[in-house]
Design a binder for this molecule. Sequence first.
Ligand code: GLN
Length: 550
Amino acid sequence: MKRVRAGHKYVFVVGGVMSAVGKGIATASIGKLLTARGLSVNLVKIDPYLNVDAGTMNPIEHGEVFVLDSGLETDQDMGNYERFLGRDLGPDDYMTSGMVYQSVIARERNLGYGGKCVEAIPHVRDEIVNRLKHAAKRAGSDVSVVEVGGTVGDFQNALFIDAARVMHLEHPSDILFVMVSYLPVPGTIGEMKTKPTQTAVRELNSYGVQPDIIIARSTHTLDKKRKEKLSISCNVQPDRIISAPDVDSIYDVPLNFERDKLSELLMDLLGKKPKQTPDFSEWKHFADHAHNGRSTVKIGIVGKYFDTGDFVLSDAYLSVIEAIKFSAYAHGVKPEISWLNAKNYESTPASIAELKEYDGIIVPGGFGETGIEGKIAAIKYAREHKIPYFGLCYGMQLMTIEFARNVAGLKGAHTTEIDPNTPHPIIAILPEQKAKLARKAYGGTMRLGAYPCDLVQGTIASDAYEKKAISERHRHRYEVNPDYIEKLEAAGLVFSGRSPDSRLMEIAELPKNVHPFMLGTQFHPELKARPLSPHPLFNAFIKAAIESKK
Ligand code: GLN
């Protein structure tokens, strides 16, 4: 095995008992606490599935696909990491089993193992260690906080835990293990039970790993009695067991951890001296917005799949929801978000009148035909009734199609994604994308990641950004067809953002004297919205929504 550099610290976060108890938020919060103490941190997400990236997974099943600047399609947790840290993460900060195996197999095909029998242990495990090392080096960080996806005891994540174990063996004082576990309070008993966590720790012990810290997730606060019980049975000092009861807002989690002195404990265990006294005042000011009841702004998100229930949806559109929150908070209001099913506007056209109840309407990113005419009808309604409209990717393409059909008089205008034989292919595929689809090369081949965009001055976009050039993240195959730009502009549509070579239309908008806010972006601005630096376009949209209320 290649040796790990001594002195670089790793905090491995593993899950006990069950999934979906907030391991990602705990990881992001640990990163935030260490950053607040002046350390430089990179956060790594390990997803044990065999997909090479998250791009080929259905967001309704797996949650949002979060795209990094590099173009890597990752898990939604990476979005939380970037939002909590307030900075971009690199392509090495994410890994899946698929990615790890793919490189091992590629090396084997190139005789990279010199005739050896290639095995999960040590070769796959070494690849994991190398990737972690590489991520740390590339980030130039003091500490890597690594979230191992899944739960301790899963078959799929065992190799990752074993990689952490051998790193610990090599440099015991550089590696910490944090277990985020769940303590149920069964309704019939009404008492918090520690047994599942005891079992989970024993399971982790069977890998040769002892947790240094336990984060005890539950509906309730951990009391003294149970803390002692956990301590004695899990072999962890009571002051290293952190109570983490449910919270209304995830942004309170780092503040709660800090109150329980988690950052002090981490610094102590890592043998690191704080470089600064933590100052959470700005974050606290932001996080308090979630609790303060003030006036609201009503935002309707029009899309498909909205018959699957709120729980799944909030995951599939996570960054959009968070971006709305940040900008609403910045304007001192609370957002009230509703999911509006576009299919209803197709089956019962009169129901579209419900849109007048909203201060602003969003059509988010999407693929395929379902509900598309309903979305276009909603965009038409927003345009005609001067309701602030914000189109994200597909929402921009459909806004352009609606304008082409109903304002520019291009009957039957469409995207070739849905209607390859449309008389007016307003949105079309670029030749390089066409070739990829012909080969069925779907994975990681869209236009992905950060691209520069020049802004036309004096537009809503340039006023919002207060810049001449920007960089935003993309994830799409289709583009505004260059053959139609002149016609659309002549009819009054403004392409206020373009690629530096002017070939690709990145932002479309209507002039302010025609509509208070009608704007769509080919990119996904929601991916760059951060708590302490809300996105300029979401800010402008929310401002317009608040004004339209008056
Ligand atoms: N389906 C459209 C495309 O591929 C839009 C994608 C999206 O909204 N992310 O171009």
